[in-house]
Design a protein around this ligand. Structure first.
Ligand SMILES: Nc1nc2c(ncn2[C@@H]2O[C@H](COP(=O)(O)OP(=O)(O)OP(=O)(O)O)[C@@H](O)[C@H]2O)c(=O)[nH]1
Ligand SMILES: [Mg+2]
Length: 326
């Protein structure tokens, strides 16, 4: 069925094409929707416009806030159990990787500085949702004002390295930028500069489908010292399972399950907490008041006998099931 679109519609469409900000896009799209004839022939088109409007609203939400000195600031709201940000030089495959393992669809292209704004997506590792944030290359122009903040705010840094290029030079470039952002990847007790933050990191060697990547990985592995490193092909989706495992491990968290007295624990909904967390800390992350109200807890797993009563300060282990009594 023909859509029979009107001249007003095409006028509104022109506005949309010229729109620069998400707000302008939303306005133009709403105009297009308003002037579009409503009949079966335009059903699909109207649905598509609504989708675009929703997308522009999302975009508007992560639109940069203007900082004090007119600089751009981005803040990526954390979702899921943890937030990991992918950093690296241009073209190493950061966006391709986010595309491969999350629900996000960032732009991927063979030229540098394709990504201009942060783009978060959710990755599922077993029963855990982890947020991955695609950001511009660490050497991109005009990102210094906010990229450092996004990195400093993340729970984990994923350094993506192209295994077909000089891996050592890439690591050096990344480390130099991190230093400038006052981010360190290893904890030093002597550090007296309170502005320096320490972050967990995982190094991801990408493009294992390409010739020369094996050699690149060897050289990289020798360079990284204590940091964990994993090899993948984002494009061919090779090593994705290992990647999920490596990310989870690098986060250094554990999964604990809570159960309501007399019921079975829901094993699909873990409470994800820092390794070394105590019962009272888990209780608090379940509900603010529980820290105060917790009387005692019982644990299943943990090498204790099932249902054993445990103290508030008891340190939990991966996979423990606990019953909180308040
Ligand atoms: N052969 C191969 N090519 C890849 C792989 N991952 C990414 N690429 C290609 O490398 C190019 C750059 O990929 P992007 O994901 O856009 O790189 P990026 O790191 O996000 O780049 P910027 O946004 O510019 O910083 C694209 O042409 C990708 O198709 C891979 O695993 N193997
Ligand atoms: Mg990109």
């Amino acid at each position: 069925m023909p859509a029979n679109l009107t001249p007003q519609y095409f006028e509104a469409e022109k506005h949309y094409k010229r729109a620069k900000t998400p707000q302008e896009k939303i306005e133009a799209l709403e105009e297009m929707l308003a002037v579009m004839p409503k009949h079966k022939g335009t059903d699909k088109l109207r649905a598509e416009l609504r989708r675009k409007i929703a997308k522009s609203h999302e975009e508007a939400q992560r639109k940069p806030l203007v900082g004090k000195k007119g600089s751009l600031l981005y803040y990526i709201k954390k979702e899921g159990a943890a937030q990991a940000v992918l950093i690296g030089l241009p073209n190493v495959g950061k966006s391709q990787l986010v595309w491969a393992v999350t629900d996000a669809t960032p732009e991927v292209a063979a030229y540098p500085f394709t990504t201009q704004m942060p783009d978060p997506g959710m990755m599922k590792f077993e029963n855990v949702q982890i947020q991955l944030v695609d950001v511009p290359a660490i050497t991109a122009p005009r990102v210094d004002s906010w990229l450092g903040n996004v990195i400093r705010n993340a729970d984990l840094i994923l350094i993506v390295v192209d295994l077909t290029q000089d891996t050592v030079a890439q690591m050096e470039a990344v480390m130099e930028r991190l230093e400038r952002f006052r981010v360190r990847l290893s904890e030093s007790l002597e550090e007296s500069d309170f502005r320096i933050v320490w972050k967990r990191a995982l190094i991801i060697g990408n493009k294992t489908d390409q010739e020369g990547s094996e050699e690149g990985f060897k050289v990289l592995s020798e360079r990284v010292g204590e940091l964990p490193v994993v090899a993948v092909s984002a494009k061919e989706k090779l090593g994705m399972e290992r990647l999920g495992q490596a990310i989870y491990q690098a986060l250094d968290v554990i999964r604990v399950y809570t159960r309501v007295p007399g019921q079975k624990a829901d094993m699909t909904e873990p409470v994800v907490v820092r390794r070394g967390s105590t019962v009272e800390e888990v209780a608090e992350s379940v509900h603010k008041d529980f820290f105060r109200k917790l009387k005692y807890a019982q644990v299943w797993g943990s090498g204790k006998f099932d249902g054993q009563k445990i103290k508030r300060q008891y340190v939990l282990q991966e996979g423990d099931i606990i019953e909180l009594h308040v």
